[in-house]
Design a protein. Structure first.
Length: 178
């Protein structure tokens, strides 16, 4: 087994604030965080090393796959996404959201309600995801379903995670949400 991916403390953070649009509520309280080159995956086991990093920082329910090709969000969970291999074009924040090109080593931290969708990817694209303790049994809602005040209340009730999924107690990604 290889060691966890290495965090890059010099990674630059981008905090996105996008209003609700196209059936995606996003989150009034917390921005989405994009951290370019925030991790250095192990060349021998890129996805496994990212999952181990998330797990070492008490994030659970890890997986490796893709991002759905439809706009969706999780009203009941924070989600971290770490690109293991390849590259992709994602839209963050709903249909009128921000188009982002991501590549291996990039990390996104999405608060509850933030829409995300994959437009295209390289053939070798793989991304790892994880959730804070107690939020692993999350709900996937399509933007096409819309939302109501109950969903907004559900989003507002989700607590900020105690541990940063990449930097642990140092909390660089979580600090960017405040």
């Amino acid at each position: 087994m290889t060691s966890p991916a290495t965090p890059n403390p010099a990674a630059q953070l981008l905090a996105l604030r996008i209003s609700a649009n196209g059936g995606t509520p996003n989150n009034d309280r917390h921005p989405a965080i994009v951290a370019r080159g925030a991790i250095r995956p192990s060349p021998e086991d890129p996805d496994g090393s990212i999952r181990r990093l998330f797990e070492a920082n008490a994030w659970r329910g890890t997986w490796t796959w893709q991002v759905f090709r439809y706009h969706h969000y999780h009203p009941d969970a924070f989600e971290v996404l770490g690109v293991a291999t390849g590259s992709a074009v994602l839209v963050i924040g709903g249909e009128a959201g921000r188009r982002l090109e991501v590549e291996a080593g990039d990390v996104l931290l999405l608060p509850p309600g933030w829409g995300h969708c994959m437009l295209s990817s390289s053939p070798d694209f793989a991304i790892c995801g994880a959730y804070p303790p107690g939020q692993e049994d999350y709900t996937v809602r399509r933007a096409s379903e819309g939302y109501d005040e109950g969903v907004i209340a559900q989003i507002a009730a989700v607590p900020l995670p105690e541990m940063d999924p990449v930097f642990g107690k140092a909390g660089k990604l979580l600090d960017g949400m405040k």
